[in-house]
Design a protein around this ligand. Structure first.
Ligand SMILES: [Fe+2]
Ligand SMILES: [Fe+2]
Length: 306
């Protein structure tokens, strides 16, 4: 049983604490991701990590028998999901989750200042954060390739949804900070459930299972840090609003990806989101990630300072 070391992500923080935590996050993120490659929407350390995976590819021993069932459904679900194999449902869910992420970050990238024009520390943090998200889409793409799906295209959403994603980052911070934080939290919750599904669905393909876990770990470690960082944008009232947004936001988002309800427990994901306090995460992830100081218990904070 894990010893409680951390507090709820919904723990209150003072303005002073949040200010210090932005400074601390900025130091962390530069070491963690390396140099920002603005033109390529990439980061030097992340690029090296992806290259290592690509240079040592792992593929299914038994290829997917009917890849058409993926290609027919991965952009829009046309079949009854109950007729699809668990692995196809899993891969469609991964693609659709990543596709939303990709559409959201493309829109945000275009309206946030590039690093040369960033004045506030928060803007610099957000720029690197977005570059990390582009790296996640590349890692998701590598997951699909690992399962033999080489023909995947990253397709825009419907014009209406694209418009919504385009307008969202233009709204003022006090409106977008709260849903942006809950979206990051939803990401970590989804990835933790996904990780456990790899064990169930890929029981006969241990090499691919382990490769998918390794690729997902790279994403989840960033997302744990994003959860803390986006939480740090929010004051005492906003954090209560965030709590009340968990259920409707998760419910609506996953309603749009019907595959998820077939293979995952959305109600449990909501409970996990509301209870999120970093304590269930393995140490090897925590060691490479970032947690706000006010979510650490006193003994844990001292340990970090030592
Ligand atoms: Fe991400
Ligand atoms: Fe993120």
């Amino acid at each position: 049983m894990t010893k409680t070391k951390y507090r709820s992500v919904f723990t209150d923080a003072t303005d002073q604490q949040r200010c210090e935590n932005f400074e601390d996050y900025w130091r962390f993120t530069q070491g963690h991701s390396g140099e920002l490659l603005e033109e390529e929407q990439d980061l030097s350390k992340k690029r090296t990590t992806l290259k290592k995976f690509q240079q040592h590819p792992v593929r299914l021993k038994t290829p997917i028998a009917n890849p058409d069932s993926f290609y027919r459904n991965y952009v829009e679900l046309v079949d009854d999901p109950k007729t699809l194999e668990p692995l196809i449902l899993l891969l469609c869910a991964i693609y659709k989750f990543a596709r939303h992420e990709w559409v959201g970050i493309k829109a945000a990238w275009d309206v946030t200042p590039d690093m040369a024009h960033c004045v506030a520390l928060e803007d610099k943090i957000s720029r690197v954060h977005l570059a990390e998200e582009f790296c996640h889409v590349r890692l998701f793409d590598e997951m699909l390739k690992t399962c033999g799906l080489e023909q995947v295209k990253w397709v825009p959403l419907s014009p209406f949804k694209e418009k919504v994603y385009e307008q969202f980052p233009k709204l003022p911070g006090f409106i977008i900070d709260t849903p942006a934080f809950v979206t990051e939290l939803m990401g970590v919750t989804f990835y933790c459930h996904l990780y456990r599904l790899f064990d169930e669905i890929l029981v006969d393909e241990p090499e691919v299972r382990d490769r998918l876990k390794a690729l997902l770990d790279e994403i989840t470690i960033d997302e744990i840090a994003h959860v803390g960082q986006r939480r740090n944008f929010i004051g005492p009232l906003g954090i209560r609003v965030a709590q009340s947004l968990v259920k409707p936001l998760y419910t609506n988002f996953f309603k749009d990806i019907p595959e998820v309800a077939e293979i995952m427990d959305v109600k449990q994901m909501i409970r996990d989101g509301l209870a999120f306090d970093f304590n269930q995460l393995p140490d090897y992830m925590i060691e490479r990630s970032w947690i706000p100081s006010y979510c650490k218990t006193p003994s844990e904070s001292q340990q970090y300072q030592a």
